[in-house]
Write a protein that binds this ligand. Structure first.
Ligand SMILES: [Zn+2]
Length: 173
């Protein structure tokens, strides 16, 4: 189970215990970039929840593990072993368990904002489903049928292309 602590604005400490090592990772999220440094120490599995103590020049970590009690001092992005005498038990708090272990790969830069969709010259209609974009029309289903024509004089149906009404002989427009 990894542990983490926010120890200053934009800076986090992650502690993990994979196998028999203690992995300490510092992540500093500055403006526009992220720095990460980590240290591995062979400690054996932890036997207690790691503790953290704030001191005047940074923070101290304490891990009780199978191979003894380990102390580290963190200043900025530096992780160094600290002497036992540096530990201030009355300032110590247990670290918080976290699911958010840092990924070993640098995070992707944020995606640039997407350009707005060009929807200007586009129309959609249904029944029949058509999509018109500029001069192009996509249609689904039956193709559009020309509206049937009828003679304005006698009302007889007129075939497409006829120039005269087949019933009354009126000239068609
Ligand atoms: Zn007619």
């Amino acid at each position: 189970m990894p542990y983490h602590c926010d120890f200053s604005p934009g800076q986090k400490i992650y502690l993990d215990n994979p196998g028999s090592i203690t992995l300490i990772t510092l992540v500093s999220a500055g403006v526009g970039q992220q720095q990460q440094s980590s240290t591995q120490v062979h400690t054996g599995p932890w036997t207690e929840t790691p503790q953290i103590a704030r001191v005047s020049n940074g923070v101290l970590l304490r891990c009780v593990a199978a191979q003894g009690t380990f102390f580290w001092q963190i200043q900025g992005m530096q992780i160094e072993a600290a002497p036992t005498t540096a530990w201030v038990a009355d300032q110590a708090t247990p670290m918080q368990a976290t699911e958010l272990a840092p990924s070993p790969i640098a995070p992707m830069p944020p995606m640039p904002p997407m350009a707005p969709m060009q929807m200007g010259d586009m129309q959609m209609s249904s029944n029949p489903m058509t999509l018109r974009m500029g001069k192009m029309t996509l249609g689904l289903g039956t193709p559009a049928v020309n509206t049937p024509k009828f003679c304005t004089q006698c009302g007889a149906a007129i075939a497409q292309g006829d120039r005269f009404c087949g019933s009354c002989g009126r000239q068609l427009p």
